[in-house]
Design a protein around this ligand. Structure first.
Ligand code: FES
Length: 106
């Protein structure tokens, strides 16, 4: 896969849910990198500072019966995370379909 040097080293993919869709993304990486993994172009060219200043990467995850805001450029992905809302700057344009992203990464 191209661009693997963008990502922190990972041995496996973990499953998370983005707006109700299950996707597989590389463990050990920030959520924003995981979005980039799913949608390389739109995230790479999006308005993201990648260092905690702009808040364009903000997402809200399910936290019990509440929502919790996270900066996806800072928060490391965890298996089973459920993202229920995202800043509109985050455009995941490729089909986040685990079958197309999980190939060869078991
Ligand atoms: S990308 Fe700017 S705060 Fe996360």
């Amino acid at each position: 896969m191209e661009n693997t040097d963008l990502f922190e080293p990972f041995d496996r993919l973990v499953e998370i849910e983005i707006l109700g869709r299950k996707v597989s993304v590389p463990e050990n990486n920030t959520l924003l990198r995981c979005f980039q993994y799913l949608s390389m172009e739109s995230i790479s060219y999006g308005e993201f500072c990648w260092n905690g200043d702009c808040l364009n990467c903000q997402v809200w995850i399910q936290n019990g019966d509440k929502e919790k805001a996270l900066m996806s450029c800072r928060a490391v992905v965890e298996e089973g995370m459920k993202i229920v809302r995202m800043n509109e700057e985050i455009q995941i344009t490729s089909n986040p379909d685990e079958s197309s992203n999980a190939v060869g990464q078991s």
